[in-house]
Design a binder for this molecule. Sequence first.
Ligand code: GLU
Length: 592
Amino acid sequence: MLSVAALVGVAGTASASAATPTPKSPVAKGYLGAVSSIDVDATAIGTEVLRRGGNAVDAAVAVAAALGVTDPFSAGVGGGGFFVYYDAKTGKVHTLDGRETAPKAADANLFVEDGKPLPFADAVTSGLSVGVPGTPATWQEALRKWGTRSLGQSVAPAEALARKGFVVDQTFHDQVGENAERFAAFPSTRSLYLPGGQPPAPGTVFRNPDLAGTYAELAERGTDALYRGDIGADIAKTVQQPPVDPASTLKVRPGRLSDADLAAYRAIERDPTHTQYRGLDVYGMPAPSSGGLTVGEALNILQNYDLAHASQADYLQYFLEASRYAFADRNRWIGDPATVDVPAKELLSRKFADSRACLISKDHAAASPVAPADPRHPQPCAAGTVGAPTPYEGQHTTHLTAADKWGNVVAYTLTIEQEGGSGMVVPGRGFLLNNELTDFSFTPVTPGVPDPNLPGPGKRPRSSMAPTIVLRDGKPFFAEGSPGGATIITTVLQVLLGRIDRGLSLEDAIAAPRVSQRNAATSDVEQAFLDQPAAADLQARGQSYSSSPAEIGASTGVERLRDGRWLAAAEPVRRGQGAAQVVLPWTWPGEN
Ligand code: GLU
């Protein structure tokens, strides 16, 4: 399945000879386990791990490592993420926080220069934005706690993929094209991703021997090679002295991430967020991600309405308004719990949700930015005074989902933040460094109101990543997640509502046209959303739209079907389509 490159013996990073991509499907049903990700080679690697007796955790790590090869502008060892795991033996859900961390030298003025916040793009392509990567530690911890295979075994298929190569698709080509200008400024990035000065052409084979070497070193020496060894030394050097071409006019600010920052890094096990919704148990990622808390608050608000029997327009009105208020509260209260007192329990209380639902009208959109409320002192229908807008976040990232024959399930979202991260490939190592620290507020979002998400020493920036596992009667029902910056939260919520309330199959809930309200005057929409009659109906209620970005989310999920099979479901169109596989495919006669 992965041997395309072997067929076309290539040298260098990209071959001019055309190769045939591995066929992929966004839906698969069958037995013995399931994997879904945005990339077919990565999904195939995970499925093979399951076939050979690995569990969902082993598969998830192997898929993530492969995505570092084939989806390198969204994720890789230079980034971070959040891992949610259902353990079939104990019936418990666990999470790992593998979020990148600011250097000890960072303070609240990390992104302030001459008294003013840096322009966002300048901050992105800089050493200032690079946090200590959390992804290698996440893999190591997940395997140590719940896996059955070593880190070396788990990254070996990705190492082979990086060495032998894979077929470039249109999405990969386009992502390099979108970043071409800044990638060209760094010789290490340019030589890897702009061979011959151009993005690799679709249909050619792309190899990354330096990344293969990085994986080989991690396999041999463990994550110490990165957190206490020469890979880490190269990371710190890249941040402190960005390897920019002296001929480039790009101003690339250095950062202060040090060997000591790398050595201090830990992936942290945290209790998941838990929300009961329509008799189901919804588990998600707690702070420093805002994913689980914001999805949970919105679900609690939405328990007040019969969404199963509502018209499409009424359903969407409630969805948009619940998102609006949940985002106001998110922006005011959620940050890194190591430095900020996050009222997590209170944000998820039904009493608080009811006090917010009280403000929602079926007929009128509220004027954003609406104000947050204090979840520690819920006052029914208290409107608050000062709005809490949502700062800009990227729209990228990648999500994978895996389940095994024992019934263990993983939902794992990982990222390097912007598409292409900081733009800096660590010389000789074959991976991009993240720009995750731009997820901090550069200055307080609302002057005079405490902002829980200002930079600080050793602090983790607030995330929106929302890997989610839903249990029915204590057993897996489905798991899902999405890329998309702050739209992750609304996409994950929309998929949950589609599946639980609106009678959609998981694959249809993932495919559904997307709308995202994040306490802004307008909601982001996809064109397909505007094509449904409900869009105009909502406009008459005061909802308004902006159509950027063109695509929102590219989710993946798995579901345990009532007949005992697994369904793997991936995005059918967005980002060039995802890839779903099961270990033993089985469809009933006449079934799609
Ligand atoms: N940095 C974002 C977050 O943690 C994810 C990156 C993105 O989706 O653009 O929420």
